[in-house]
Design a protein around this ligand. Structure first.
Ligand SMILES: Nc1ncnc2c1ncn2[C@@H]1O[C@H](COP(=O)(O)OP(=O)(O)O)[C@@H](O)[C@H]1O
Ligand SMILES: [Mg+2]
Length: 184
Protein backbone atom coordinates (compact mmCIF):
# COMPACT_ATOMS: atom_id res chain seq x y z
CA UNK A 1 0.00 0.00 0.00
CA UNK A 2 1.54 3.28 -1.17
CA UNK A 3 -0.18 5.62 1.25
CA UNK A 4 -2.44 5.81 4.27
CA UNK A 5 -5.60 6.63 2.29
CA UNK A 6 -5.27 3.31 0.42
CA UNK A 7 -5.04 1.48 3.75
CA UNK A 8 -8.16 3.31 4.97
CA UNK A 9 -10.03 2.24 1.83
CA UNK A 10 -8.80 -1.33 2.12
CA UNK A 11 -9.65 -1.70 5.81
CA UNK A 12 -13.08 -0.10 5.28
CA UNK A 13 -13.69 -2.69 2.52
CA UNK A 14 -13.24 -5.42 5.15
CA UNK A 15 -15.94 -3.79 7.31
CA UNK A 16 -18.22 -3.49 4.27
CA UNK A 17 -17.64 -7.17 3.43
CA UNK A 18 -18.49 -7.98 7.07
CA UNK A 19 -21.88 -6.29 6.48
CA UNK A 20 -21.32 -3.45 8.91
CA UNK A 21 -24.08 -0.84 9.03
CA UNK A 22 -21.94 1.71 10.86
CA UNK A 23 -18.24 2.24 10.20
CA UNK A 24 -16.35 4.77 12.27
CA UNK A 25 -12.97 5.92 10.99
CA UNK A 26 -10.88 8.02 13.36
CA UNK A 27 -7.63 9.76 12.50
CA UNK A 28 -5.84 10.94 15.58
CA UNK A 29 -2.86 13.27 15.18
CA UNK A 30 -0.73 13.72 18.26
CA UNK A 31 2.11 15.87 17.01
CA UNK A 32 3.40 16.79 20.44
CA UNK A 33 4.13 13.13 21.18
CA UNK A 34 5.05 12.21 17.61
CA UNK A 35 2.41 9.62 16.89
CA UNK A 36 -0.59 9.16 14.65
CA UNK A 37 -3.39 6.63 15.02
CA UNK A 38 -5.87 5.20 12.57
CA UNK A 39 -8.84 3.54 14.29
CA UNK A 40 -11.52 1.70 12.28
CA UNK A 41 -14.52 0.44 14.22
CA UNK A 42 -17.45 -1.44 12.74
CA UNK A 43 -20.58 -3.30 13.82
CA UNK A 44 -20.15 -6.06 11.26
CA UNK A 45 -20.20 -9.78 11.83
CA UNK A 46 -16.86 -9.87 13.65
CA UNK A 47 -14.40 -12.74 13.88
CA UNK A 48 -14.05 -15.83 16.03
CA UNK A 49 -11.20 -15.77 18.50
CA UNK A 50 -8.99 -18.38 16.82
CA UNK A 51 -9.40 -16.71 13.44
CA UNK A 52 -8.64 -13.31 14.93
CA UNK A 53 -5.38 -14.60 16.35
CA UNK A 54 -4.30 -15.58 12.86
CA UNK A 55 -5.68 -12.58 10.98
CA UNK A 56 -2.46 -10.59 11.02
CA UNK A 57 -0.78 -13.55 9.32
CA UNK A 58 -0.75 -13.20 5.50
CA UNK A 59 -1.95 -16.78 5.04
CA UNK A 60 -5.29 -16.17 6.70
CA UNK A 61 -8.31 -15.22 4.60
CA UNK A 62 -11.92 -16.30 4.04
CA UNK A 63 -11.78 -15.11 0.46
CA UNK A 64 -12.15 -17.88 -2.05
CA UNK A 65 -10.70 -16.04 -5.04
CA UNK A 66 -7.18 -16.25 -3.62
CA UNK A 67 -5.71 -17.88 -0.57
CA UNK A 68 -3.75 -14.98 0.86
CA UNK A 69 -5.29 -12.09 2.80
CA UNK A 70 -2.88 -9.17 2.81
CA UNK A 71 -4.73 -6.04 3.84
CA UNK A 72 -4.36 -6.39 7.60
CA UNK A 73 -0.79 -7.83 7.58
CA UNK A 74 0.38 -4.98 5.33
CA UNK A 75 -1.14 -2.29 7.55
CA UNK A 76 0.41 -3.93 10.62
CA UNK A 77 3.78 -4.10 8.91
CA UNK A 78 3.67 -0.47 7.73
CA UNK A 79 2.79 0.72 11.23
CA UNK A 80 5.46 -1.41 12.92
CA UNK A 81 8.11 -0.36 10.39
CA UNK A 82 7.90 3.16 11.82
CA UNK A 83 8.27 1.91 15.38
CA UNK A 84 4.50 2.06 15.88
CA UNK A 85 2.06 -0.70 16.78
CA UNK A 86 -1.05 -2.54 15.70
CA UNK A 87 -4.00 -4.10 17.54
CA UNK A 88 -7.30 -5.68 16.61
CA UNK A 89 -10.26 -6.75 18.73
CA UNK A 90 -13.32 -8.47 17.44
CA UNK A 91 -16.42 -10.15 18.72
CA UNK A 92 -18.59 -12.42 16.61
CA UNK A 93 -21.96 -10.79 15.98
CA UNK A 94 -20.83 -7.48 17.51
CA UNK A 95 -18.03 -5.98 15.44
CA UNK A 96 -14.38 -5.22 15.08
CA UNK A 97 -12.04 -2.44 16.15
CA UNK A 98 -8.61 -2.05 14.68
CA UNK A 99 -5.91 0.44 15.65
CA UNK A 100 -2.69 1.18 13.77
CA UNK A 101 -0.21 3.56 15.35
CA UNK A 102 2.48 5.23 13.25
CA UNK A 103 5.49 7.30 14.27
CA UNK A 104 5.41 10.17 11.72
CA UNK A 105 9.01 11.27 12.15
CA UNK A 106 10.27 7.85 11.02
CA UNK A 107 11.72 7.85 7.51
CA UNK A 108 9.57 4.87 6.46
CA UNK A 109 6.28 6.50 7.47
CA UNK A 110 3.72 6.52 4.66
CA UNK A 111 2.38 9.73 3.09
CA UNK A 112 -1.31 10.52 3.69
CA UNK A 113 -2.47 10.19 0.08
CA UNK A 114 -5.90 11.35 -1.04
CA UNK A 115 -7.84 11.06 2.21
CA UNK A 116 -10.60 13.42 1.08
CA UNK A 117 -11.15 11.36 -2.06
CA UNK A 118 -11.22 8.13 -0.05
CA UNK A 119 -13.80 9.42 2.44
CA UNK A 120 -15.97 10.85 -0.35
CA UNK A 121 -15.73 7.61 -2.33
CA UNK A 122 -16.79 5.47 0.63
CA UNK A 123 -19.68 7.77 1.58
CA UNK A 124 -21.03 8.13 -1.97
CA UNK A 125 -20.52 4.48 -2.97
CA UNK A 126 -22.16 2.88 0.07
CA UNK A 127 -25.16 5.10 0.91
CA UNK A 128 -26.74 2.43 3.15
CA UNK A 129 -23.77 2.45 5.50
CA UNK A 130 -23.45 5.24 8.04
CA UNK A 131 -19.82 6.30 7.94
CA UNK A 132 -18.63 8.41 10.83
CA UNK A 133 -15.41 10.22 10.01
CA UNK A 134 -13.62 11.73 12.96
CA UNK A 135 -10.39 13.70 12.76
CA UNK A 136 -8.67 14.80 15.91
CA UNK A 137 -5.65 17.08 15.92
CA UNK A 138 -4.50 17.68 19.45
CA UNK A 139 -7.54 19.34 21.08
CA UNK A 140 -9.42 20.11 17.85
CA UNK A 141 -12.03 17.58 16.71
CA UNK A 142 -13.85 17.43 13.39
CA UNK A 143 -16.59 14.85 12.92
CA UNK A 144 -19.06 14.23 10.11
CA UNK A 145 -21.33 11.30 9.27
CA UNK A 146 -23.12 10.03 6.20
CA UNK A 147 -26.40 10.93 7.95
CA UNK A 148 -25.36 14.57 8.36
CA UNK A 149 -24.24 14.80 4.73
CA UNK A 150 -27.55 13.30 3.57
CA UNK A 151 -29.41 15.96 5.57
CA UNK A 152 -27.23 18.73 4.16
CA UNK A 153 -27.80 17.78 0.51
CA UNK A 154 -31.57 17.85 1.04
CA UNK A 155 -32.90 14.96 -0.99
CA UNK A 156 -30.21 14.72 -3.66
CA UNK A 157 -29.10 11.07 -3.63
CA UNK A 158 -25.49 10.37 -2.60
CA UNK A 159 -25.09 8.46 -5.86
CA UNK A 160 -25.82 11.63 -7.90
CA UNK A 161 -22.62 12.51 -9.79
CA UNK A 162 -22.64 16.07 -8.44
CA UNK A 163 -22.31 14.89 -4.85
CA UNK A 164 -18.90 13.16 -4.87
CA UNK A 165 -16.89 16.29 -5.85
CA UNK A 166 -18.80 18.33 -3.27
CA UNK A 167 -18.11 15.87 -0.46
CA UNK A 168 -14.47 15.55 -1.49
CA UNK A 169 -14.09 19.34 -1.51
CA UNK A 170 -15.75 19.50 1.90
CA UNK A 171 -13.21 17.06 3.34
CA UNK A 172 -10.29 18.83 1.63
CA UNK A 173 -11.35 22.17 3.09
CA UNK A 174 -11.59 20.70 6.57
CA UNK A 175 -8.28 18.83 6.29
CA UNK A 176 -6.64 22.09 5.18
CA UNK A 177 -8.30 23.91 8.07
CA UNK A 178 -6.73 21.38 10.44
CA UNK A 179 -3.41 21.85 8.61
CA UNK A 180 -3.19 18.18 7.77
CA UNK A 181 -0.64 17.68 5.02
CA UNK A 182 1.22 14.69 6.40
CA UNK A 183 0.97 12.26 9.31
CA UNK A 184 3.13 14.39 11.57
N1 LIG B 1 -13.81 -5.82 10.03
C1 LIG B 1 -13.86 -7.15 9.83
N2 LIG B 1 -14.94 -7.86 10.22
C2 LIG B 1 -15.01 -9.21 10.05
N3 LIG B 1 -14.03 -9.94 9.46
C3 LIG B 1 -12.94 -9.28 9.03
C4 LIG B 1 -12.79 -7.86 9.19
N4 LIG B 1 -11.57 -7.50 8.69
C5 LIG B 1 -11.01 -8.64 8.25
N5 LIG B 1 -11.81 -9.71 8.42
C6 LIG B 1 -11.51 -11.11 8.06
O1 LIG B 1 -10.10 -11.23 7.97
C7 LIG B 1 -9.71 -11.69 6.68
C8 LIG B 1 -8.38 -11.08 6.27
O2 LIG B 1 -8.52 -9.67 5.96
P1 LIG B 1 -7.45 -8.95 5.06
O3 LIG B 1 -6.11 -9.09 5.67
O4 LIG B 1 -7.91 -7.57 4.78
O5 LIG B 1 -7.42 -9.81 3.73
P2 LIG B 1 -8.57 -9.99 2.61
O6 LIG B 1 -9.56 -8.87 2.82
O7 LIG B 1 -7.84 -9.87 1.31
O8 LIG B 1 -9.14 -11.36 2.85
C9 LIG B 1 -10.88 -11.35 5.77
O9 LIG B 1 -10.95 -12.24 4.68
C10 LIG B 1 -12.07 -11.49 6.71
O10 LIG B 1 -12.47 -12.86 6.80
MG1 LIG C 1 -9.10 -6.85 3.18
Amino acid sequence: MKDLSLHVLDIAQNSIAAEAKVIQITLYFNRGNDYFELVVKDNGKGMEKDFLLRVTDPFTTTRITRKVGLGIPLLKRNAELTGGSFSIYSEPGAGTILTARFIPSHIDCLPLGDLAGTFALLICSYPKINFIIEIIVEKTRFCISTKEIVEAIEGVPLSNSSVYPLVKEFFNTNLEGLQITNLG
